[in-house]
Design a protein around this ligand. Structure first.
Ligand SMILES: NC(=O)C1=CN([C@@H]2O[C@H](COP(=O)(O)OP(=O)(O)OC[C@H]3O[C@@H](n4cnc5c(N)ncnc54)[C@H](O)[C@@H]3O)[C@@H](O)[C@H]2O)[C@@H](O)CC1
Ligand SMILES: [K+]
Length: 499
């Protein structure tokens, strides 16, 4: 059975769920449930079986601190030596005041992480939760730096302290706890699924605390949500029914990008793959696969073929002309790399995209997204959810904003999908070309643009995980192998769905 679909929540949605749960928060029921879950996870993962375990519990001024103090109490009753770290004066939380008063009066407490001869066995992070403002330099930042330098496992309550739970952006200067695990409460948070937030959280578990939550407009895409999108095969299938993918790119000196994208398209089982280069000489060069047919940009593209334009396209006048022709293509269309850079400058191409009947797919990385929106890459990363929605609306497109926790959005709705797969092994040239070809291949196979973008993005990330496992780390990615792993990942998803 695949895992159930995972919804991602904003802080506002969590507060609404909490409000609907009634008075439970006010009498501390939810905080006690949270503390039980945190203590149990900490005990089972790091403390059980240790002689005289010692834990530092970081307690902030609000209800995240209350959860931490209640956890401290539970751990002391299990015989754990607890050292409190309280860098700030308590705020107005009555819950926190009560939790603090329930602890032994002589419990050890510091405003910094104390140095000990024997290191802590675990640090529990209850400094800030979903009520956090960005952390500035000061006592809180000092403790966060100490914790990150301590080399001790860290269990964060709800979110790693210092991150924005809605966006995943860290406080300026990257001031944020780097957790080993995060136990998030009531529902999974958006900020834990993308960019730096996803990296800071470590392994994430969710505990509902018994609070019901509704489906949201944001889903963490994994096997459960994607299995139904996989194309079904039947024994009578032939290449004519599996569609044509045309890859337009590969200007002189950049032919490799078009070959890589073509290999990505082949991995989807597309019926035929054509790589169209700037010149016949470019088409003849390079590491071609015998399965890929070659053309030039001037060749007519059949109306129903899926077109992928941009991988190694360059920015010449001919490239502009190729783009302005491609955006009028009546069949499925994907724009990547140089096509996006040119789109940022071509009002003709932008207007044609806006008028397309079927949405095109755009696959920008943060810098390309920044050029398209006329802002800095840093501001894109500060709020990737807003950026991807703005791009989708601006260009009437399905947009995949790449990066750790790639986010997908579509012009016609406010919904977003975050891909749960991926690996830092992808941080090397050419992997984006493979993704563009992969999504293009799925478009050729007849998937609607949004489904092709979601499925392709997840498959690509899953293939990266498989390659990293095979290589035993993040180095040495071979793009032909990545394409093979994409095919394996599609086959695996298909088997899971249809067997
Ligand atoms: N919402 C709910 O239903 C539940 C919430 N619970 C806990 O409560 C947390 C939210 O509690 P709060 O709303 O009190 O928020 P937090 O505890 O996250 O933080 C708010 C407190 O921290 C201070 N603060 C925020 N940012 C700061 C900064 N950068 N520098 C210095 N001080 C800062 C605020 O002035 C306030 O005192 C959740 O993350 C979770 O841990 C749980 O007990 C279970 C139920
Ligand atoms: K926290």
């Amino acid at each position: 059975m695949p895992d159930p679909t995972v919804n991602l929540y904003t802080v506002q949605e969590i507060h609404a769920a909490e409000a609907a749960a009634g008075s439970a928060l006010h009498d501390g029921t939810l905080a006690r449930r949270a503390a039980h879950a945190v203590a149990e996870l900490g005990w089972a993962t790091w403390l059980r079986g240790l002689v005289n375990p010692c834990v530092a519990v970081l307690a902030g001024p609000g209800n995240n601190g209350a959860d931490a103090l209640l956890t401290a109490n539970l751990l002391t009753t299990r015989g754990v030596h607890v050292v409190l770290v309280e860098p700030l004066a308590p705020g107005k939380s009555a819950l926190r005041a009560r939790a603090r008063s329930e602890l032994p009066v002589d419990i050890e407490s510091h405003d910094r992480l104390p140095t000990r001869r024997r290191p802590f066995d675990l640090i529990i992070d209850g400094l800030l939760g979903i009520g956090a403002r960005p952390v500035k330099y000061g006592p809180l930042a000092a403790v966060i730096h100490q914790v990150n330098a301590a080399g001790v496992p860290v269990l964060s309550i709800d979110v790693p302290s210092g991150m924005n739970a809605d966006t995943g952006a860290l406080s300026e200067g990257d001031i944020c706890i780097q957790a080993s695990r995060t136990l998030t409460l009531i529902g999974h948070k958006r900020g834990l699924a993308t960019y730096q937030g996803a990296a800071a959280a470590g392994q994430i578990s969710v505990t509902s605390l018994g609070v019901p939550t509704d489906a949201t407009g944001c889903v963490l895409d994994g096997t459960a949500s994607l299995a139904t999108l996989c194309p079904r095969e039947d024994a009578t299938v032939h290449k004519g029914r599996r569609g044509d993918a045309w890859i337009l790119g590969g200007a002189a000196g950049m032919t490799g990008a078009a070959w890589i994208a073509s290999t990505g398209a082949l991995a989807t089982g597309a019926g035929r793959v054509f790589a169209a280069f700037e010149t016949a000489a470019s088409a003849a060069a390079g590491d071609r696969s015998p399965q890929i047919q070659t053309r030039t940009w001037a060749a007519p593209v059949p109306e129903r073929a899926a077109v992928v334009i941009g991988c190694g396209l360059g920015q010449s006048d001919d490239a502009v002309a190729a783009l302005e022709t491609a955006v009028l293509h009546p069949g499925p269309l994907l724009l990547d790399a140089d096509a996006l850079n040119l789109l940022a400058r071509s009002s003709t191409a932008a207007a044609a995209l806006a008028n397309r009947h079927a949405a095109a797919v755009l696959t920008p990385h943060p810098l390309e997204a920044a050029r398209l929106l006329g802002v800095s890459a840093a501001s894109i990363q500060q709020d990737r959810f807003s950026a991807v929605r703005a791009l989708a609306r601006r260009f009437n497109a399905v947009v995949v904003l790449k990066g750790n926790g790639s986010i997908i959005s579509v012009a016609t709705s406010d919904s977003t999908w975050v891909s749960a797969s991926g690996h830092p092994i992808l941080a090397t040239g050419g992997t984006g070309d493979c993704l563009a070809g992969l999504i293009g291949g799925l478009l050729a196979r007849g998937l609607p643009p949004l489904d092709a973008a979601r499925l392709g993005t997840w498959i690509h990330g899953r293939a990266a995980e498989l390659e990293a496992a095979r290589l035993g780390g993040s180095c040495g990615l071979d793009l032909a192998q990545l394409a093979h792993s994409c095919a394996r990942a599609i086959n695996e998803l298909q088997r899971n769905r249809f067997n």
